[in-house]
Design a protein around this ligand. Sequence first.
Ligand SMILES: Nc1ncnc2c1ncn2[C@@H]1O[C@H](COP(=O)(O)OP(=O)(O)O)[C@@H](O)[C@H]1O
Ligand SMILES: [Mg+2]
Length: 511
Amino acid sequence: MEQVNNSALAVEMSGISKSFGSFKALDNVDFSVRKGTIHALLGENGAGKSTLMKILYGLYTKDSGEIRIKGEPCEIKNPKQAIGQGIGMVHQHFMLVENMTIAENIVLGNEVTKSFDRLDQELMNRTILEFGEQYGLEVDPEALIMDVSVATQQRVEILKALYRDADILILDEPTAVLTPQEIDSLILTMRRLVEAGKTVIIITHKLKEIMASSDYCTIIRRGRVIDTVKVQDVTEKDLANMMVGREVMLTTDKEEAKPGEVIMEIRNLTVKDNRGLEKVRDLSLTVRKGEILAIAGVDGNGQTELIEALTGLRKTENGEILVNGRHIENGLPLDAHRAGIRTIHEDRHKRGLVLDFQVGENLILESYKRSRFSGLFRFLSWRKINDYSNNQIDRFDIRPAGCAMQKAKELSGGNQQKVIIARTVEQEPDLLLACQPTRGLDVGAIEFVRNALVEQRDQGRAVLLISYELDEVFDLADRINVIYNGQIVADLLPQETDEQAIGLLMAGGTA
Ligand SMILES: Nc1ncnc2c1ncn2[C@@H]1O[C@H](COP(=O)(O)OP(=O)(O)O)[C@@H](O)[C@H]1O
Ligand SMILES: [Mg+2]
């Protein structure tokens, strides 16, 4: 960043280092933010973004380095001191009291009282509504936290910081939990905050949002600052390359598909959800060898129930599912497995991994019975399993290197997904179901996962991709089926349509 007068800086962190045990999470980091700007902190999962901001907010103590706030040197030992300096932080995981109202949560610990120590409800509600209007953070002060959406809870967290007079707001991955519309609205709020003279630091690994919202961006990689840039001077691709440390492809390279015989045929399938509502209605589709069929649709149009029916996790009401000519409707998960289906589940914590198992154990979850993993008397051979795991960890670049004995829950999201991919493709499935396979991953990991799917296709496997993101659909699909209200409403080739047309179909319109 060009030299600026110190009084123009809201935050100056210099020479910050921090280790956890022998692991150096931050190495001599310099980070300065100008007053009245939106400043993005960009980095892959595990780069050290949250750690740096937790130091600023007094949640972690730095090992070395200096902090100045609005030009003044200061030691921030706890969040109370940070709040005293006008710093507010909205965490990745919200910290609200579920059974209290929005207003109660906002004022908690900072209550305004009238005579006899009674809470001044009216003043409280009025203040909250005023803030809401000024910054586009409308909430119902009387609603209980447990009854409101995640987006609203996030507004409450921001209001809470504003209520404590924060003029430097740190938002840690605020968009990870939001829909596209909610993201637009958050960006608008950030703009209004800086118009009112506040400073916003946003942690993210999503390039589009930085381009759309931020003035400056600092890129950190493995605990070191790579650069601070003015966002208008760079492209998405520049940011991606700096973040990952190599040339990253934002679109996946692939040849034209050579579809072969039909692997799966679904005929007139109807599936109900837990409440007994028909979520998949008379749905038919086919997937062939050597093609990626993408199902485009808005979340909640039957995708989850469809996958559950295909994997033996949910009963079907009507219709047939044929895989390699075998009926698997109303079968067990094992029947789907035997028919040649492997799945990358939407919820990798619930369905993809046993989080408390080691990485090595997770890598062999579906194949531990194979003779290659057994030793004397057919007992599992941990030596063989370890050799195999370490090999896979290398091949799939699962980090940290040599993590075979580490618990799966200790890995970052991207690396957890690599464990699942490694396990899945190793079994050479006939049909790979990939549900939201890149959700929450950074660009480096996204590139990896997408290439892996194309590679599977090129090896002649059938891939059924379920994605809520049109970017991903267009990047990967050889054919697109649009799902709306439980039915396939269009079967199109990507080259004969575009995002607008598909978006319209996804919303129930006609092309
Ligand atoms: N409290 C902690 N104890 C041990 N290691 C930690 C702790 N907090 C973070 N780390 C490690 O420091 C690195 C950076 O983490 P973090 O700052 O959360 O990354 P980011 O927010 O960029 O994804 C990671 O390798 C993480 O495992
Ligand atoms: Mg983080």
